[in-house]
Write a protein that binds this ligand. Sequence first.
Ligand SMILES: [Zn+2]
Length: 46
Amino acid sequence: MNKWRCSACGYAFEGEAPPEKCPSCQSVCSFVDANCYIPDCGGGSL
Ligand SMILES: [Zn+2]
């Protein structure tokens, strides 16, 4: 399971692949890999 984060609104998504459209800001934004490489990833499940 990978973690992704919307680069526009910061919505966090967990799944195999990032969604085509962000459920939060409803825009086709670019999801960035957020597998907790950074302290402020907001995950904490690692
Ligand atoms: Zn978004």
